[in-house]
Ligand binder design. Structure first.
Ligand SMILES: Cc1cc2nc3c(=O)[nH]c(=O)nc-3n(C[C@H](O)[C@H](O)[C@H](O)COP(=O)(O)OP(=O)(O)OC[C@H]3O[C@@H](n4cnc5c(N)ncnc54)[C@H](O)[C@@H]3O)c2cc1C
Length: 378
């Protein structure tokens, strides 16, 4: 219906890549960290890091259905930290450069990011400002042809390995949303410090950092858009970030269910396979039904995106549902595995830990509800 031979060819390519280049390495990467330069170079060579981006900068120039196919296949990766790192590169740190960056920024930063020659990070959250983005304190003060940046960022994915950070900083002390600039900040400049690599519950193969900016002088030409438009641009960029989470969630949740069904078909308890208990079958069917709802909402969003419509309301609903559903499914499947599900050796325990982030990161569940309530007019 939506997919032709070209979409299927992309699907096969990504599936093979996940099976060959990602999943066999997951256990090692969970112990250490994903080597992003190595992984992204391979993906860049296959054209996977700029599917919807302009061909002029090395992108594929394809429509959002191709993007959906790519993201659905990433849903089969056996640890959330890898797709999250990829998503930062493709859907979180670069959309603003693509949409609002100058020719210079696109040539100098977007092109190498698409090629996999540069690793990116998105720097919004601070110790005192997560859900309330406008509360951030990192300052960018204009000084001649540069901005001088001082402050810190917390929980930054890819932060230890990034070549540049797309950074939201305060450019004025005026209250309101027109006091921020979004900058491309190369990490090789003096004053950039990775102050800490953070330890986490899940997404263990992902590199999460605390960053520090100490009188870091970035050329004024590294500003994306105008010096008072950064907040608005970042809010738009968040829509790409939140969309990114949807396909991987319904595909990943379905994988969890398939794995669980296989287990409970074989697991004999009270003299019969666990699956013979109607209560468990019905629970699985409830989840499969909700997974289908999330998938169809996502397809609806893609149809709207293709038409250039505002999808903020629908993406917020999708992100809300994705967080709730992945928690419900990973928690419920773990329960069906019993003690085995609690063991680190079972994939479901990793699924449970990794998916917990979805209701917090990139806009917490309550923040999504506030956005939806605003669209509903109350
Ligand atoms: C593993 C990981 C990776 C991350 N990667 C990045 C990254 O790459 N770049 C980046 O900039 N940030 C990143 N983040 C930060 C993430 O986006 C924030 O953690 C998130 O936005 C929530 O902010 P906070 O942690 O400050 O929670 P707070 O803002 O302190 O909120 C705490 C809790 O309060 C609740 N809450 C918030 N607002 C309301 C409200 N209005 N009504 C009721 N309840 C509310 C929510 O449940 C929320 O979880 C990452 C976080 C994690 C854990």
């Amino acid at each position: 219906m939506y997919f032709n031979e070209e979409h299927n060819a992309l699907r096969n390519m990504v599936r093979k890549f996940v099976d060959k280049e990602i999943n066999p390495n997951i256990d090692t990467w969970e112990e250490k960290t994903v080597p992003l330069h190595e992984l992204f170079k391979k993906m860049g060579d296959l054209g996977l890091l700029g599917i919807t981006y302009d061909q002029k900068y090395g992108g594929q120039g394809l429509d959002y259905w191709f993007d959906l196919v790519f993201l659905e296949e990433l849903g089969h990766v056996k640890a959330g930290g890898v797709p999250m790192a990829i998503g930062v590169q493709t859907h979180m740190a670069t959309p603003a450069v693509h949409e609002y960056g100058t020719e210079y920024l696109k040539e100098t930063y977007l092109r190498p990011a698409i090629a996999g020659d540069m690793v990116t990070a998105i720097g919004v959250t601070e110790a005192g400002a997560g859900s309330d983005v406008a509360g951030l304190k990192t300052k960018a003060v204009r000084d001649g042809d540069s901005y001088v940046i001082n402050g810190s960022k917390l929980f930054i994915t890819n932060g230890c390995q990034a070549d540049f950070v797309t950074l939201l900083a305060r450019t004025s002390d005026k209250p309101g949303y027109h006091s921020f600039g979004l900058f491309v900040v190369p990490t090789n400049l003096p004053g950039f410090v990775v102050s800490k690599k953070l330890d986490k519950l899940g997404m263990r193969c992902s590199d999460t950092a605390e960053l520090f900016f100490d009188d870091l002088r970035v050329p004024a030409e590294n500003l994306i858009g105008k010096s008072d438009e950064g907040f608005i641009i970042q809010m738009k960029q968040f829509q790409h970030e939140r969309f990114f989470a949807l396909p991987g969630t319904y595909v990943g949740a379905r994988d969890m269910i398939d794995m669980t069904v296989k287990y409970i078909q074989e697991r004999i308890v009270f003299g019969k396979p666990l699956i013979k208990n109607q209560v468990l079958r019905h629970r699985l069917v409830d989840w499969i039904t909700e997974i289908e709802c999330l998938k169809q909402l996502t397809y609806h969003i893609v149809r709207m995106k293709v038409k250039g419509l505002d999808v903020t309301r629908e993406i917020s609903m999708g992100k809300l549902l994705a967080g709730q559903l992945s928690f419900k499914v990973s928690n419920g499947c773990l329960q069906m595995f019993g003690g085995m599900g609690y063991m680190n050796e079972s994939l479901i325990s990793r699924n449970f830990r990794d998916t917990r982030l979805l209701s917090i990161g990139g806009g917490a569940e309550e923040v999504m509800k506030e956005v939806i309530a605003r669209y509903e007019g109350f």
